[in-house]
Design a protein around this ligand. Structure first.
Ligand code: NAD
Ligand code: TYD
Length: 356
């Protein structure tokens, strides 16, 4: 941390891991606008999900630096911490797609668990004011569809379904352990499903937008009645910023906007906005171990830190669809490469189900 003596301001140095991905990049944009005096270092391995072009608007800013690095690379991470001496680390870096974790769990264990421990070891070695772990509501498992009265609270037991959620839950346990054992000042946030600009078109909303725009079939898993609790990405970023500023070390904060929707209704809504026929929708073989319903109770972050979501779903989804319309080049570049093989491998064996 440095002082700007001309204005007596505190200058924080923040390492954002996974900042070339969906939420991490949105967080960088948010932080650079909200705290123009902070120094931001983006550490990212640039896996298939990381895209340097996403960060082009900030790459040449004097208070921004990009470092291509794997969070599992202990020597590289230590060297970076030794050189930069960050005040805060926000860990977004992860393998994040459930379907990929079902196909190949190993990389999820490496990045999501080992990588998190390497980052926290670096924090112990070089000192830190806060290590924030970006986690997910998926660590709580799922809720039944016929119990709308049930929600995930911070003390809901961890009960994971997929290799992805298990790896995130393992990381959460490690973060708690580093807090208790080594007094590392840690916080964890567990957010519901995000949507917004720059989301990789393997996730439900961007996949459906992109395929609908190309008049391609829209693959809905199973009956499409599964429920997700959707939050506009900027509201997630604001919540994390608030946790860094006002949150207490050792605490877990759930983030969500009470916006539960069935998958099939989201897909229909996208068709409606884009004026595409529902006949594009195809029910296909369900995801293995598919979680039925996620629903976050965000009472704690509201009461303790004053956070409330600001973007209503009806506005956020319009903005998001418009963003994909205005930024075709971004996603057309992605789907022109390896993505085609990914789609064939992931969806090729799924049977089309009868509608009734
Ligand atoms: P994403 O897949 O879009 O981005 C992940 C980023 O991490 C990419 O830039 C990738 O290159 C980078 N990365 C992957 N492995 C790395 C490694 N070993 N070293 C360094 N960088 C690496 O993911 P996202 O949707 O932006 O999610 C970010 C975080 O938020 C994840 O931890 C995820 O679990 C969590 N989360 C996501 C959602 C959601 O709806 N997307 C909801 C709640 C929590
Ligand atoms: P996804 O965006 O992968 O997020 P998560 O599994 O982490 O919640 O999926 C959201 C929901 O949409 C989930 O219930 C699975 C479903 N889904 C489909 O029906 N078809 C698809 O092609 C995809 C990617 C997801």
């Amino acid at each position: 941390m440095k002082y700007d003596f001309s204005q007596w301001r505190l200058i924080m140095k923040v390492i954002v891991t996974g900042g070339a991905g969906f939420i991490g990049s949105n967080f960088i944009f948010y932080m650079m606008k909200k705290h123009p005096d902070y120094e931001i270092i983006c550490l990212d391995k640039l896996t298939y999900a990381g895209n340097l072009s996403t960060l082009k608007s900030v790459l040449d800013k004097p208070n921004f630096k990009f470092v291509k690095l794997d969070i599992c690379d202990r020597d590289g991470v230590y060297k970076l911490f030794e050189e930069e001496k960050p005040d805060v680390v926000v860990n977004f870096a992860a393998e994040s797609h459930v379907d990929r974790s079902i196909e190949n769990p190993t990389i999820f264990l490496e990045t999501n668990i080992i990588g998190t421990s390497v980052l926290m070891d670096a924090c112990r070695k070089y000192g830190i004011k806060r290590f924030h772990q970006v986690s997910t509501d998926e660590v709580y498992g799922d809720l039944p569809l016929d119990r709308p009265d049930l929600f995930f609270h911070e003390d809901t037991p961890l009960h994971t379904s997929s290799p992805y959620s298990s790896s995130k839950a393992s990381a959460d346990l490690l973060v708690g352990a580093y807090g208790r054992t080594y007094n590392l000042p840690v916080t964890i946030s567990r957010c519901s499903n995000n949507y917004g600009p720059y989301q990789f078109p393997e996730k439900l909303i961007p996949l459906m937008i992109q395929r609908a725009l190309n008049n391609e079939k829209l693959p809905v898993y199973g009956d499409g009645e599964n429920v997700r609790d959707w939050l506009y990405v900027e509201d997630h970023c604001k919540a994390i910023d608030l946790i860094l500023e006002k949150g207490k070390a050792g605490e877990i904060y759930n983030i969500g906007g009470h916006n539960e929707m069935h998958n099939i209704d989201i897909v229909k809504l996208i068709c409606d906005y884009l004026d595409k026929p529902y006949s594009l929708i195809e029910h296909v073989t369900d995801r293995k171990g598919h979680d039925r319903r996620y629903a976050i109770d965000p009472d704690k972050i509201h009461k303790e830190l004053g956070w409330l979501p600001e973007t209503m779903f009806k506005d956020g989804i319009k903005k998001t669809i418009q963003w994909y319309l205005d930024n075709k080049e971004w996603w057309e570049n992605i789907i022109s490469g390896d993505y085609q093989n990914y789609y064939k491998e992931m969806y090729g064996d799924r049977k089309v189900l009868d509608k009734d």
